[in-house]
Design a protein around this ligand. Sequence first.
Ligand SMILES: CC(C)(COP(=O)(O)OP(=O)(O)OC[C@H]1O[C@@H](n2cnc3c(N)ncnc32)[C@H](O)[C@@H]1OP(=O)(O)O)[C@@H](O)C(=O)NCCC(=O)NCCS
Length: 321
Amino acid sequence: MGDGVIREFTGGDLWAAALLLAERQVRHRGRHPLLPAEYEDPQVALGEVTAAWETEGASGAVLLEGGEVTGYLLGAPKSSLTWGNNVWVERAGHAVREPEKVRDLYAVAATKWVADGKTAQYALVPDDAELLDAWFRLGFGSQHAHAVMPIPAEPLPPRPGVTVRRAGRGDIQMLAELDLVLPQHQRLAPTFSSGELPTLEEALTDWEESIDDQEYATFVAESNGKVIGSSIGCSVEKSSAHSGLAQPDNAGLLAFAAVFPQARGAGAGRALGEAVINWAAGVGYTSVVTDWRVTNLLSSRAWPRLGFVQTFHRLHRVIGH
Ligand SMILES: CC(C)(COP(=O)(O)OP(=O)(O)OC[C@H]1O[C@@H](n2cnc3c(N)ncnc32)[C@H](O)[C@@H]1OP(=O)(O)O)[C@@H](O)C(=O)NCCC(=O)NCCS
């Protein structure tokens, strides 16, 4: 570690951290120009680091080399039980001049996290190969992908054998059934998600209330006159998972898609994703964002085929075994 010193993160480190985060955003935008440029300005990046630091229960570490802050790491717990007894390093939760140093920072920050019982750990890491490698050598593995794609120059043509149309009130029953398809699928191997599984009644009630909400564009796919799948598009601003420096300017979101098991693999998922992309183009968005569990063998293959390119990796580690 050379002459570096690592100590606890304090409020006095925010500006130095913002400078590092702004540098990270410059590098990240070198690979993904669709990510927002404003966070290349340390003043703007400061808002992101400050929010991470002011999150309840936040703690972390900074690395000083030659008197200069050259790395920081910040984590905070989320209250949802879904994540276990957790700590999250969110999108603005770390930046380092030298990727390897994230391991030294983690060693200090995680001493407190683990002492506090925060053994389910998550980190949102830009797709920087060296940085990811350093996290992998901290025992973290890939759990979730965040991705973006530009709007295609021309509207995408319809797919043979499947009709996609906007959903209406008459589709509520099928939409509710399709709502269960994603969590049901993700409970299975190899995803093993513990995500909530709503009841059909809950899904029906939700759709009764939300079907006319103009802020969401809902599509259904039909084959031989039967609904076989659905997808939903909306503004990326609806999603907290894609906010701040992970939120491309003027972007739509592919928020949901599901195809019944027996109808998969025949092009309906692509047609439903493309309907959202065409809808986003029509609204005037310049890109579309989505995310998926990397262990979901279906979405992790389908969405890259449509042109989505991964920007962030959510990594996960469980301590104690
Ligand atoms: C993800 C899902 C919506 C995709 O729908 P689908 O009808 O199965 O997908 P498609 O048949 O349209 O295939 C989409 C693309 O993925 C590719 N693909 C599908 N299965 C694949 C596999 N096993 N290996 C490699 N590529 C595969 C297809 O070839 C296609 O690309 P192409 O058109 O360039 O050939 C559907 O599988 C599903 O409902 N899964 C469960 C719920 C879910 O995961 N939803 C997504 C939430 S993020």
